[in-house]
Write a protein that binds this ligand. Structure first.
Ligand code: CTP
Ligand code: MG
Length: 229
């Protein structure tokens, strides 16, 4: 069993919708409801802790009702950066065991990937979802190539990221003390010197970030619904 922490307190600037992108409809449901539903349907998920913006709390609570999401144990106030929103979730959850952190904006994560992450984090302490880079990658500065980076060792990293609670708690605490801001939770753990294992995920676990992601999301959703029929 695991608990999942879901930061949903962003503003969706890059989507350009003029409000939190998570409320945008993807097929028949708002984006974040699809994401929550993945965990609602996973028997191994003991509960969800959601970070929200205070001014959106009520609207979100009523959507949880409307779409029959029952596993949200707590809704905490998010912070100004994603890392602060996750830290608020961690404050609210004080139990040993495995915790997952997953972006509310990634509705297509697969149950098999979640299961592999939980297994790996249980054994090793930290495990993150990722896919091998498909494109040739270059390191450049001021628009000039410095070198071609060896692709075989490059992974594109996603969420979920899974941790033993004590590992993530220590890493988050240390980051806070040192005023360190990372772009994912694994970074906080890496800097303490703990090994972070990669679990191979799927290329369709995309984050809804810009309008073209939403168009791709509609296609993926149709494909998933046909698969499930
Ligand atoms: N998030 C959060 N608290 C913040 C910032 C982001 O909880 N202060 C959440 C978002 O709601 C999202 C996830 O973190 O589910 C991933 O962040 P991102 O895709 O960057 O979403 P936004 O920050 O909302 O979008 P943008 O960066 O384009 O403004
Ligand atoms: Mg952001």
């Amino acid at each position: 069993m695991y608990t999942v922490m879901i930061p949903a307190a962003g503003s969706g600037q890059r989507m350009g919708a003029g409000h939190n992108k998570l409320f945008l409809m993807l097929g028949d449901k708002p984006i974040f409801i699809h994401t929550l539903d993945v965990f609602e349907r996973d028997q191994a998920c003991a509960g969800i802790i959601l970070a929200v913006k205070p001014e959106e709390r009520q609207e979100i609570a009523s959507m949880l009702d409307r779409y029959h999401i029952t596993k949200v144990k707590e809704m905490v106030d998010g912070g100004s950066e994603r890392q602060h929103s996750v830290a608020a979730c961690l404050e609210a959850h004080n139990k040993n065991g495995v915790v997952l952190v997953h972006d509310a904006a990634r509705p297509f994560v697969r149950h098999s990937v979640i299961a592999n992450l939980v297994e790996s984090a249980t054994r090793f302490g930290a495990a993150i979802a990722g896919v091998p880079a498909k494109d040739t990658m270059k390191l450049a500065s001021s628009g000039i190539v410095e070198k071609t980076v060896e692709r075989d060792s490059l992974w594109i990293v996603q969420t979920p990221q899974a941790f033993r609670y004590d590992v993530l708690k220590e890493a988050a605490h240390q980051a806070q003390v040192e005023d360190f801001l990372g772009t994912d939770e694994a970074m906080l753990v890496e800097r303490l010197g703990y090994p972070v294992h990669i679990v191979e995920s799927t290329y369709d676990n995309v984050k809804m970030t810009t309008p073209e992601d939403l168009a791709f999301g509609e296609v993926l959703l149709g494909k998933r619904q046909r698969e499930e029929r």
